[in-house]
Ligand binder design. Sequence first.
Ligand code: AMP
Ligand code: MG
Length: 406
Amino acid sequence: MPPLLPLDDALAQLLAGAHPLGESEQVSTFDADGRVLAIDVVSPLRVPPQDNSSMDGYAVRCFDVPAAAMELAVGQRIPAGSSANPLQPSSAARIFTGAPIPAGADAVVMQEDCELLGAGQLVRVNRVPVAGQWIRRAGEDVAMGATVLAAGTRLGPAALGMAASVGLASLAVARRPRVALFSTGDELVMPGEVAPQHMRPGAIYNSNRFFLRAMLTRLGCVVSDMGIVPDQRDATIAALRAAAAAHDMVLTSGGVSVGEEDHIKPAVMSLGTLDLWQIAIKPGKPFAYGRIGAAHFLGLPGNPVSSFVTFALLVRPFVLRLQGATDVAVARNAMRADFSWPKADRRREFLRVRRNLGGGLDLFSNQSSGVLTSAVWADGLVDNPAGAVISPGQQVAYVALADLLA
Ligand code: AMP
Ligand code: MG
């Protein structure tokens, strides 16, 4: 048996070949969620643009309020969106959240600490203000010229808000990778084509195609679903050739083991290059990387959980890097195992686990690579080193599925 390839080596080799596609497109900031920024966003202004109030109340000069119960003339009213006149000595300005601080004022007193007198021309200030209170300073969020979002950032909701706050209605983002997705296997039947009670013996529904397509789409890819390739050399070659010509990447599931019904390997080799890896992970292990012309070829194992996990660990960073994303790693958090895993494996294992209300992790009872129930039940994976057993109470490395699927 060939030596197993450590996961980190496989990932490093994969990423070394994942040259960013390098083309960008301009999209509305509204539509940029999940996309990878192609050019730094540099702020042409300060945010906020001027000092403004963070409370509804009265803008004052602290000098005019040396003690509680001072009475000041209300000289002006400054709603948000209006401009302010300078504050006259011994006066206060009625002010609202987000409104500009008038020149000369150095504090805002919240309205709860004030009393209006008479017809509202006078205000009694019942609390002595501290200079600067309830004032948001110009530029305290963003300085002019600051890089607020760096090229290579994967944009999320907060980033879109930031781009908008510096005035950008559109953003330059990496173009979406075009990915052709295939399933292989004569046993596969598409849901909807045959009713469950009419399934022929030996047939199973194609589940991988559904989660792989969803994961690719979440990662910004445009997916061409090429369907199921029959377990036949010529059909496989023809399908792969056509797909590679029109896509940046071809992704398959199944058929990368070394069984004689596994036609992916000879087919890709006849069209280009292929490395068949035996990766030292469980679930997972067989994984193929190659090139067909200009297209990348990535072949996942067929067992659903193996396919799911190898996608998350290897394909996800790959397609993000094709888009120029700088940060493709996911966080590992130390958490307490509330289970025991007494049998060490020579491969690094990714156990399906779920956080419990006690702050620890529970283990799904069946860790078999064909049991998709484990991935539905789980909210994360324990990254367990090769050869390691786990006893209850021990700290383990937890990776959230939410991070791996985002
Ligand atoms: P393979 O890698 O082709 O040898 O497949 C390994 C196992 O995964 C077999 O039990 C296949 O039936 C199953 N399998 C392969 N592809 C899929 C798929 N798309 N959906 C569900 N199960 C699959
Ligand atoms: Mg197969």
